[in-house]
Design a protein around this ligand. Structure first.
Ligand SMILES: Cc1cc2nc3c(=O)[nH]c(=O)nc-3n(C[C@H](O)[C@H](O)[C@H](O)COP(=O)(O)O)c2cc1C
Length: 354
C-alpha cells in the first residue's frame, strides 16, 4: 500500500519502517512534483471541486482545459461588431445596446478559473492555450501567466487540410508560434503535438530549439464518424484505452535523451503499469484524462499504488533511477523501436499460426 498521498511525501510500499520505500519525487518542466502522475486537460480539471478531489487523491499537477484560439478570436470579432452597432445611433437609443463592460467573456472566465485553481490547490497548475494561427489570441499567454499559472501548455492541434500547403510551411509556422509564445512569457512552456509529421523527431527538436521546455506526446485526434442513417458527419468522442499508449511510448523512448526538454506522455495511461511504461521510456510525467473520467478522481491513488508496488517488486528505489532505462538509447536492441521491429512482429505473429 502507498503512504498518504500528501504533497511532497515520499511514498513507501508498506506502513512499517522496514518496508522498502520508493521515492516518487519527480520534476516536470523544472517544477518539483510529489509524483510523476499529472491530470491532463479534461472535464475533471474544469471544476474547482474535482480539481480539489484530484489533489486529495494525490495528483502531482493539473493541466486546465484549453482556452481555444477560436473562442478568443470569435469574441474579439463579436466585441468589435457590438461596439460598432451603437456608434451611429442617437444617445437615447444607445441605452439599448449591450454594455460590453458587463460581460464576462469565455477568455475572462478562463483567467478567473486559473486564479481560482491556484487559490484552491497547492500543487502546480498548468494552463493550456489551444490553436495554430498567429494572432491576437496569443496575448492570452501573458495574461495566463499574470493570472498565476505555474506553466503553460500550448496545444498545436493541427489538421493540415490545405493541399497547397507543404509540410515544411506548416512546421515552420508552428515553430514561429512557439517562439512567439516563448518571448511573451517567463513561466515554463510545454507544447502538445500530434504524431503526424514526416520527420517527427526533427520537428520535436525544432520546437524545443524555438523555446519549448518540454513536449506532450501526443494529442489524441477525435476522428469524426459518418452516420449512414442520417448521412451526416457525427462528432464522436470515444475515451482511450491502454492499447493506445504504444504510439506515445515508442516516440518517448526514441526522443528520450535526444531532445533537451521534458517529455510527458498523454493518451492511453490508465494503470500503474502504464505509468511505469511511460517512465521506463523516458517520460518525466504520465498524464491521464480518460482513466480519470471513467473511474473518478480517486483513481489517481490506485494508479500510484500500482506504480509503487511494481517499482518495489522490480527493485527500483526512485523515479529518477528508473526513468529512461528502457529508452532507445539504453536498450540492448535499439532497432526494436524502429522499422526492423515491424518485420519481426509480423513474422512472429504469422509463424504462431503454424
Ligand atoms: C472530454 C475531454 C476534454 C478534453 N479537453 C481538452 C482540452 O481542452 N485541451 C487539451 O489540450 N486536451 C483536451 N483533452 C485531451 C486530453 O487532455 C488527453 O490529451 C487525451 O484525452 C488523451 O489522454 P487520455 O488517453 O488519458 O484520455 C480532452 C479530453 C477529453 C476526453
Amino acid at each position: 500500500m502507498t503512504a498518504e498521498p500528501t504533497a511532497g511525501s515520499t511514498t513507501g510500499s508498506g506502513t512499517g519502517s522496514s518496508a522498502p520505500a520508493f521515492d516518487l519525487a519527480s520534476t516536470y518542466l523544472g517544477l518539483p512534483l510529489r509524483s510523476p502522475l499529472v491530470a491532463s486537460s479534461g472535464p475533471l480539471t474544469a471544476r474547482i471541486d474535482s480539481l480539489r478531489a484530484l489533489e486529495q487523491a494525490g495528483i502531482a499537477a493539473v493541466v486546465l482545459p484549453s482556452l481555444f484560439e477560436e473562442q478568443v478570436e470569435y469574441e474579439d470579432l463579436e466585441a468589435d461588431r457590438l461596439s460598432g452597432l451603437g456608434a451611429d445611433s442617437n444617445p437615447e437609443a444607445s441605452g439599448y445596446f449591450p454594455d460590453l463592460g458587463e460581460f464576462e467573456s469565455v477568455a475572462d472566465r478562463y483567467l478567473r478559473h486559473v486564479e481560482e485553481a491556484k487559490r484552491a490547490l497547492s500543487i502546480p497548475v498548468l494552463a493550456s492555450l489551444n490553436g495554430v494561427s498567429p494572432g491576437g489570441w496569443l496575448r492570452y499567454a501573458q495574461l495566463i501567466e499574470e493570472a498565476g499559472a505555474d506553466a503553460l501548455e500550448l496545444n498545436l492541434y493541427e489538421i493540415a487540410t490545405d493541399i497547397k500547403v507543404s509540410g515544411r510551411v506548416v512546421e515552420d509556422a508552428e515553430v514561429d508560434l512557439v517562439a512567439q509564445v516563448r518571448d511573451s512569457i517567463s513561466i515554463p512552456l510545454s507544447v502538445k503535438i500530434g504524431p503526424y509529421y514526416s520527420a517527427l523527431g526533427h520537428q520535436c527538436a525544432r520546437l524545443i530549439e524555438a523555446g519549448a521546455d518540454g513536449l506532450v506526446l501526443f494529442n489524441r485526434f477525435y476522428q469524426p464518424d459518418i452516420d449512414p442513417e442520417t448521412r451526416k458527419v457525427a462528432p464522436a468522442l470515444v475515451l482511450s484505452s491502454s492499447a493506445e499508449l504504444r504510439l506515445p511510448l515508442r516516440w518517448t523512448a526514441i526522443l528520450s535523451g535526444r531532445v533537451e526538454g521534458s517529455l510527458a506522455v498523454t493518451t492511453g495511461v490508465h494503470t500503474g503499469a502504464d505509468a511505469a511504461r511511460c517512465l521506463l521510456a523516458g517520460a518525466e510525467v504520465a498524464m491521464m484524462t480518460s482513466a480519470l473520467v471513467m473511474n473518478g478522481p480517486g483513481h489517481v491513488a490506485v494508479v500510484e499504488r500500482e506504480l509503487v508496488e511494481w517499482a518495489v517488486e522490480s527493485g527500483f528505489e526512485s523515479v529518477d533511477q528508473l526513468r529512461g532505462s528502457v529508452s532507445q538509447r539504453h536498450v540492448a536492441d535499439p532497432a526494436a523501436f524502429e522499422r526492423a521491429n515491424y518485420m519481426a512482429t509480423l513474422t512472429g505473429f504469422t509463424s504462431s499460426f503454424h
